[in-house]
Design a protein around this ligand. Sequence first.
Ligand SMILES: Nc1nc2c(ncn2[C@@H]2O[C@H](COP(=O)(O)OP(=O)(O)OP(=O)(O)O)[C@@H](O)[C@H]2O)c(=O)[nH]1
Ligand SMILES: [Mg+2]
Length: 297
Amino acid sequence: MTTRCGFAAILGAPNAGKSTLLNRMTGAKLSIVSPKAQTTRFRVLGILMRNQSQILLVDTPGIFKPRRKLDRAMVNAAWAGAEDADLVVLLVDAKAGATESVREIAAAIGKRGGRAWLVFNKTDLVPPGNLLPLIATLNAIHVFQETFMVSAANGDGVLALMDALAAAMPESPYLFPEDDLTDLPDRLLAAELVREQIFLQTHEEVPYGATVETESWQEKPDGSVRIEATVYVARAGHKSILIGAGGSRIREIGARARAQLGQLLERRVHLFLNVKERAGWDEEGARLRAIGLEDPR
Ligand SMILES: Nc1nc2c(ncn2[C@@H]2O[C@H](COP(=O)(O)OP(=O)(O)OP(=O)(O)O)[C@@H](O)[C@H]2O)c(=O)[nH]1
Ligand SMILES: [Mg+2]
């Protein structure tokens, strides 16, 4: 039996729905999602089996103009995700259209060479006719081999995209066990689910000024797991917002993250969160490495 296996990297501007699409295709909550831009900070692998093909989907941070060291490390991680990919998918928010940043990413993909497909997401929000000029604009920058229209939110068009990806992967033995979903360590997944709640439950600068690290992971004899995580914040003001009146906000963040993590790990989770002020963490190599990013110095 011939098997196929390869890497397909999903690139795009922040907020295009890359992580939602990865989760939809794998049927698991592997990559965190929020309505805010720049949610994903490092590459997340989702392993998808389809028609004797193992598709190694790489979700990447959105590509934007970096300011902080953290930002540069995120954008570098996005392009690194594309480097070894057999195929690059440019995911475009159909509602936002061919913005300047999308056009720049299309040009950079063209420069990089290799196979590239164009996928319009959020088609549930726009009439199909709106897409024709976008397809023309982007293909004028770089000729994409295939074009798909999907809604990662409701699943429209996603199976067709999965079939096409499966067929496009090179002949190869599988690189991962067939029932693996990701290579992400549980400790990182736990920290990410906490960070997702921070993105969902706090606003303005707070989510961008926070990072989460799992400090300890203890397996209990009753099958449950006890996890301690630290939330680092850039400013004292952020700390009090995150903690909330009488600790209400951090309790809610912990409760929601614990529920999600329990589902994912299929076991009972005890989650303890500690908030620490650490000015300048987003310029600190050690903090970036803790979330799997390379120091962009
Ligand atoms: N209506 C609609 N909303 C969507 C769709 N796909 C994603 N979204 C929403 O778009 C927002 C951003 O989704 P994400 O998956 O976090 O986007 P992303 O591209 O991973 O964003 P970054 O990680 O910040 O680069 C979330 O609020 C999603 O619920 C879609 O097909 N339709
Ligand atoms: Mg994302």
